[in-house]
Design a protein around this ligand. Structure first.
Ligand code: 4NP
Length: 162
């Protein structure tokens, strides 16, 4: 069966999208479904290319049992629109930036991550980079909700297509 290939995208790829990658990996693993997915993350900018996630993101994720220390930041590349089935943006600005660079045929792959958590009452995972630790916890609350919603949605699709 073809894997679902999912790319999580934020601005710098050192805070939100690495946490989303790590949390979704964990949620899929806990459900025994990790083998169904290819998961990665990337940023719109390359300021932090090759760096591990921000230490505050690492700490906040680890406090929920998710180790993201092994990730390395990279920029979104044109090939990503071929290599992934879903490109999930953390906020509206990421969406606009992705639409600007995506081939027209790939636009349908771009979604807001929080579309998978309509009950949380916001569409954006706020950028925690310039704030304190509570911003990272808030981002993780939103990310965990959307990761559960995403897994539920893709599980339904997989069962429908089986
Ligand atoms: P992220 O946060 O998009 O959640 O990774 C940011 C990290 C770095 C920068 C901006 C946002 N920066 O401008 O360096």
């Amino acid at each position: 069966m073809a894997k679902h290939r999912i790319l999580f995208v934020c601005l710098g790829n050192i805070c939100r999208s690495p946490m989303a990658e790590g949390v979704f990996r964990r949620v899929a693993e806990d459900a025994g479904m990790l083998h169904l997915f290819e998961i990665d993350s990337a940023g719109m900018g390359d300021w932090h290319k090759g760096e591990a996630p921000d230490h505050r993101a690492q700490k906040a994720a680890l406090s929920r049992g998710v180790d993201i220390s092994g990730q390395a930041a990279r920029k979104v590349e044109l090939e990503d629109f071929d290599d992934f089935d879903l490109v999930l943006a953390m906020d509206g600005s990421n969406i606009e930036d992705l639409y600007d660079i995506a081939p027209h045929a790939a636009r349908a792959k771009i979604r807001r991550f929080l579309d998978y958590a309509p009950h949380v009452g916001t569409q954006d995972v706020p950028d925690p980079y310039y704030g304190g630790a509570e911003g990272f916890d808030n981002a993780l609350d939103l990310i965990e909700a959307a990761a559960q919603g995403l897994l539920a949605e893709l599980t339904k699709e997989t069962e429908r297509d089986a």
